[in-house]
Write a protein that binds this ligand. Structure first.
Ligand SMILES: Cc1cc2nc3c(=O)[nH]c(=O)nc-3n(C[C@H](O)[C@H](O)[C@H](O)COP(=O)(O)OP(=O)(O)OC[C@H]3O[C@@H](n4cnc5c(N)ncnc54)[C@H](O)[C@@H]3O)c2cc1C
Length: 509
């Protein structure tokens, strides 16, 4: 049984491994000349930059995939738990170090802002309750299968839906919980982790604070790119084949089932197809004419403008993750989600992997990934925006860190919604598929399979449960659960990391 996976993003890699473990002959077709999709890198002049994700959370989902293949994650992807999650800087000079221990973090908040540590811990407890109520229903199950709703755990969750804080916005909830605006802003920021707007998204998204503060923030000791490399290696060790520089042009449907692909104008027949490409791209280019699930470009998540700066010199005040907050958060989000433009005092995120991976920058130097959230591409003049934003960012960094950063930049490359869209074919360069600005967002995401075409499945950030590395891994898990293994009459036993196939005949004997 031949399975074809379109795209080698984290979702595509994860499903390719799972299908190989089920006995399929798997080929991954990738338009780029490397695997990983948004998890990519730049190497130049002694610097290495992760170009996409920088936060590694819920590593147990990655671990689980390696365990399913009978391997140890640490042999492929060593990672550490961060003691210092993030350093926050405000325009008034306040600095907060969000340490990995919630009690110490709460004390730090109280020390720096006067906001009671008790309120912080109470909020984190509420976030945990939300996670316990929602994670199993929304993240690890298909919302488009009746069976999902028939399990007691899910039914119980649905009956308790009134508890999941879906009808208050994240910002409203955080304003009720905290007196200090700076702490409201700190917790509002978690809406951006899936490209959403804290002034519109349901307070249910406060679960993200629980994931980071209680379950932990992690980092691979070889940088974020190593997540993709590790998954590709595991896929190869599981028997998956890769065809790079191979853009799939069409999915061929015959008698209501996905029968094959057109690659380089050649027909490739297959028994099963899983698409990891952006769902908008799929319907607009690969499945034209097919009955379309209702998807709207209006609901796209935010995108990013990123400056990769090779810097001479080191900044002791900065850690791995740093946030320089906007003086007017609400105006910033109005620009992103309503005006579709860029605010002149944006929140600046600086990620410096060389703080953990010294080899990522030369001696006495640092690799800065400097990012702001921006709207997806709707035809804005990005050259002008990049020039303006570069100056806004430099002004802000200089103001807050009391430096002249422009004099320290020895290498620069820029990434915008246009380049992100081109390199990963994600719709308008959106980072996370659709945003979660509505109560119904989770239900409106595309399901794991096509409604009417047999043998066609979907994974990745633009389908349920959404964007971000952990959710893409979860999407592969959901699709995998519904795909039958090839050896239905055989038992697969894993022993000493080797898979033995015992035929049913042998078992009977
Ligand atoms: C700047 C940035 C910052 C981010 N920060 C974080 C973060 O800190 N933490 C986090 O968890 N997530 C983060 N994300 C989101 C995360 O990277 C994505 O959600 C995830 O990597 C997407 O994986 P995917 O499976 O959807 O595939 P993608 O990464 O979107 O890859 C899809 C792949 O399919 C290929 N493809 C598409 N169509 C075809 C075709 N027709 N033929 C062949 N190949 C095709 C593309 O070339 C691409 O390689 C960030 C993303 C970006 C861009």
């Amino acid at each position: 049984m031949k399975a074809a996976v379109i795209g080698s993003g984290v979702g595509g890699l994860a499903i390719s491994i799972r299908l190989a473990l089920k006995g399929y002959e798997v080929i991954v077709y990738e338009q780029n000349n490397h695997a990983g999709g948004k998890i990519s890198e730049i190497r130049a002049r002694g610097y290495r930059f992760d170009t996409g994700p920088s936060l590694f959370t819920l590593p147990e989902l990655t671990k689980e995939l390696f365990e399913a293949a009978g391997k140890k994650v640490e042999d492929y992807l060593p990672y550490i738990k961060l003691d210092n999650i993030c350093t926050y800087f405000y325009e008034d000079g306040t600095q907060i170090r969000a340490v990995g221990n919630p009690e110490r973090f709460a004390s730090e908040v109280e020390e720096q802002t006067g906001e009671s540590s008790g309120r912080v811990l109470k909020h984190l407890n509420r976030c945990k309750e939300l996670f316990d109520l929602t994670a199993r229903i929304f993240l690890f199950n298909s919302l488009h299968k009746v069976r999902t709703y028939l399990t007691w755990r899910v039914l119980k969750g649905i009956l308790q839906f009134y508890k999941v804080d879906a009808f208050t916005t994240m910002h409203e909830r955080n304003r009720i919980r905290f007196k200090d605006e700076r702490i409201v802003q700190l917790f509002d920021r978690y809406a951006t982790y899936n490209g959403s707007n804290p002034y519109a998204a349901p307070a249910t998204l406060n679960v993200i604070a629980h994931i980071e503060h209680r379950l932990g923030a992690f980092f691979p000791t070889r940088g974020m790119r190593s997540v993709a490399v590790a998954l590709e290696n595991l896929a190869r060790d599981s028997g998956v084949l890769f065809q790079f520089s191979s853009k799939v042009g069409k999915i061929v449907v015959e008698s209501g089932r996905a029968a094959g692909l057109m690659v380089h104008n050649e027909y490739v027949p297959c028994d099963l197809i899983v698409s990891d490409c952006d769902i908008h791209y799929l319907y607009n280019h690969l499945l034209t004419g097919s009955k379309q699930f209702r998807i709207s470009e209006k609901n796209l998540s935010s995108s990013a403008l990123i400056f990769y700066w090779g810097l001479k010199g080191k900044f002791k005040s900065l850690g791995l993750h740093n946030i320089l907050f906007s003086g007017n958060y609400e105006a910033e989000f109005q620009h992103i989600f309503e005006k579709r433009s860029i605010y002149n005092d944006p929140t600046v995120y600086i990620f410096i992997s060389s703080k953990v991976v010294p080899a990522d920058a030369p001696d006495k130097a640092e690799n800065w990934f400097v990012m702001i959230n921006v709207p997806p591409d709707t035809g804005q003049d990005w050259d002008r925006i990049i020039a303006d934003t570069r100056q806004y960012i430099i002004n802000k960094i200089n103001r807050i860190l009391k430096t002249r950063v422009e004099d320290l930049i020895v290498f620069e490359q820029v990434s915008s919604p246009l380049t992100i869209g081109k390199s990963t074919l994600s719709c308008r360069g959106a980072l996370y598929g659709a945003h979660s600005n509505s109560v119904f967002s989770a239900f409106l995401r595309h399901p794991y399979r096509h409604k009417s075409i047999k043998n066609l499945y979907f994974v990745g950030g633009s389908v349920h449960p959404g964007g971000g590395i952990p959710l893409c891994l979860a999407s592969a898990k959901i699709a995998d659960r519904e795909i039958k293994p090839v050896w239905t009459n055989e038992l697969k036993v894993q022993e000493n990391n080797k898979a033995y196939r015992i035929s049913s005949q042998n078992l009977q004997e």
